[in-house]
Write a protein that binds this ligand. Structure first.
Ligand code: ATP
Length: 338
C-alpha cells in the first residue's frame, strides 16, 4: 500500500493503478522501458495499464490492463508495442479533459509518459490542469532533453548511423569520392556529432554551429592537398548552411573540382532495429525508477541519467532548458579531423 499524493481537497490518495504510454517519435529501447515499468509495478503489487497510441489513444480510451507476462520477449525489439502517435486534440483543453475523464473512468492514479520534449510539454500542462501525477521517461533518438546525459534510443540510432558511415567509407575510399551523409537531427546535432566522430568524418555540420559553407570548401580542399583521397561530411538535417544536402553537395562540387560528390540520406533506418545493450539497460533503469519515484511521492518530474546515476528533474525544467552540445565533443571533432 502506498499513500503519497495529495490531490485537491487534501485527501490522501493511494496509488494503485498506473498507466504507461509512448508518445511522439518512436525510439529503440521504448519497449524495454515499457517492460520495466510494467514489471516494477507488478513487483510493488500495483496494477499496471498500457495506453495505446499516446495521447490520441488516451483520449479514445484505448487502455488495457497489463501483466508481467504481456511484456515478455519485447526487451530486444525496436519500435513500441504500445504504438505511438501525435495528437492535435491533446493540444486543446477539451481534448485534455477527455483524456482526464478516461483516466478517471479506468481508475488510473498516475501516468508515465515515455517520449520527447513535446510529450513532456503536454504532460506538464495536463498534470497542472488536472492535478494528476505524471512521470516522464526520456525516449527520443535526438538526445536533446535537458536533465539526462542520454535519452533512450540515442545510442542505438548513433550506432546505426556510424555503421552506415563505415560502409560508405569503403566506397568513398575506393573511388576517391566525397560523400555527404545526412543523419537525423532537425534541432539537435548529437547524432551527427557522435556518429561523425565515431565514423571518422572529415567534417560534421550540426544545427548548433555555423562553420560557414566556404570554410567547409576550404577545409576539404586542404584535406585533399594534405593527401586525403576521399572525404566524408556528416550533415545533421538542421545544419546551418541554408541548403539541403543535395544543394550543399552540388555547391561544394562546383567549388572543388578535384572531387566527385555523392549524397546518402541515412533516414528512417536510424529509428529502427534492436536496441543496443546501453539503451536496454538505460530503459530498464529509468523504467524502474519512474515507478519508484511515484511511490516516493514524486510527481511531475522526469527520470534521467546524470553522471551514471538516475536523477529527477522537474518536467518544467526538462522542457524549458535546452540541452547543449558538450564543448569538449566539438573540440574533439575539430582536432581529429586535422
Ligand atoms: P520526438 O522528440 O521524437 O519528436 P516528442 O515527444 O517531442 O518526440 P511531439 O510530436 O513534439 O513529439 O509531441 C508529442 C505529442 O505531445 C503531440 O502530438 C501532442 O499531442 C503533445 N504535445 C506536444 N506539445 C504540446 C502542447 N504544447 N500542449 C499539449 N500537448 C502537446
Amino acid at each position: 500500500m502506498y499513500f503519497i499524493f495529495e490531490p485537491r481537497g487534501n485527501m490522501k490518495k493511494q496509488i494503485q493503478n498506473i498507466a504507461v504510454m509512448t508518445s511522439g517519435g518512436d525510439a529503440p529501447g521504448m519497449n524495454a522501458a515499457i517492460r520495466a515499468v510494467i514489471r516494477t509495478a507488478v513487483y510493488y503489487k500495483l496494477d499496471p495499464y498500457g495506453i495505446y497510441r499516446g495521447y490520441e489513444g488516451l483520449i479514445e480510451g484505448d487502455i488495457e490492463r497489463f501483466t508481467a507476462r504481456k511484456v515478455s520477449n519485447i526487451i530486444n525489439r525496436g519500435g513500441t508495442i504500445l504504438k505511438t502517435a501525435r495528437s492535435q486534440e491533446f493540444r486543446t483543453v477539451e481534448g485534455r479533459k477527455k483524456a482526464y475523464d478516461q483516466l478517471i473512468k479506468n481508475n488510473i492514479d498516475a501516468l508515465i509518459v515515455i517520449g520527447g520534449d513535446g510529450s513532456f510539454t503536454g504532460a506538464k500542462i495536463f498534470a497542472e490542469e488536472f492535478d494528476f501525477p505524471v512521470i516522464g521517461i526520456p525516449g527520443t533518438i535526438d538526445n536533446d532533453i535537458f536533465g539526462t546525459d542520454f535519452t533512450i534510443g540515442f545510442d542505438t540510432a548513433s550506432n546505426t548511423a556510424t555503421e552506415a558511415i563505415d560502409k560508405i567509407r569503403d566506397t568513398a575510399s575506393s573511388h576517391n569520392r566525397l560523400f555527404f551523409i545526412e543523419v537525423m537531427g532537425r534541432n539537435a546535432g548529437f547524432l551527427a556529432l557522435y556518429s561523425g566522430i565515431a565514423g571518422g568524418a572529415e567534417e560534421i555540420l550540426i544545427p548548433e554551429e555555423n562553420i560557414g559553407i566556404d570554410k567547409l570548401v576550404e577545409s576539404l580542399r586542404r584535406s585533399k592537398r594534405a593527401g586525403k583521397t576521399s572525404s566524408i561530411v556528416v550533415v545533421a538535417e538542421g545544419d546551418q548552411t541554408g541548403k539541403n544536402v543535395f544543394e550543399l553537395a552540388k555547391y561544394v562540387e562546383n567549388n572543388l573540382k578535384e572531387y566527385e560528390s555523392r549524397v546518402v540520406i541515412v533516414g528512417h533506418i536510424q529509428r529502427g532495429g534492436c536496441p543496443t545493450t546501453f539503451d536496454r539497460v538505460l530503459a530498464s533503469r529509468l523504467g524502474v525508477k519512474a515507478v519508484e519515484a511515484l511511490l516516493d511521492g514524486q510527481r511531475n518530474i522526469m527520470v534521467g541519467l546524470k553522471n551514471n546515476s538516475v536523477q529527477y528533474t522537474p518536467l518544467n525544467d526538462a522542457i524549458q532548458f535546452t540541452r547543449t552540445i558538450n564543448k569538449e565533443m566539438l573540440n574533439i571533432s575539430e582536432i581529429l579531423t586535422t
